[in-house]
Design a protein around this ligand. Sequence first.
Ligand code: GRF
Length: 205
Amino acid sequence: MLKTKIAVLVSGGGTNLQALIDAQASGIIKSGEITLVISNNPEAYALERAKAAGIAACVISRKLVGSMDAFEQKLCQTLDENSIDLIVLAGFMSILSESFTSRYRGRIINIHPSLIPSFCGKGFYGLRVHEAALERGVKVTGATVHFVNEIPDGGEIIMQKAVAIRKNDTPETLQKRVMQQAEWKILPMAAEKISKLIAKSKERQ
Ligand code: GRF
């Protein structure tokens, strides 16, 4: 069966990208192949991780191309040139327009560091999510992989994993544990699940 071609979009440290790379090496991801990493930030350490893994990488910076339209046009062109089937947002910090997400409906997934619908949507990203969970005093948080549509963190949920909050947690300790115990586990599993569905549909074409 032809493998699903995966592009991973990043902006920062790339620990979720690393989890995907490691999952491909260990055989957890076998229906898909990470063939491209795209960063909107030229300084992203995720680019170093791609290089170390021998994966093609490029930077598409909105500042450099000048507008959201030009940014998404370049993004689409790059994805098409590489025959990408599945886009995985892994710590990607740029909002994508409705025209972009509808073009790839059912073929973009994102990892969010909470149990959606809690602590998600506009303004909830990175440490802010964990600060809100601690402020609210929830006893359980976690991570969610969902399809991406025009509503921030609003797409169909694919997979979730819960993480217990400890009484002396800080936003930093909680973020780390949610990454280690949830994000880095369910993103590769979800990527494999959706890659398998796409690979099977490609086979039927
Ligand atoms: C992670 O907390 C992830 O949940 C969020 O971005 C943060 C950084 O991820 N989407 P990474 O280390 O760049 O993968």
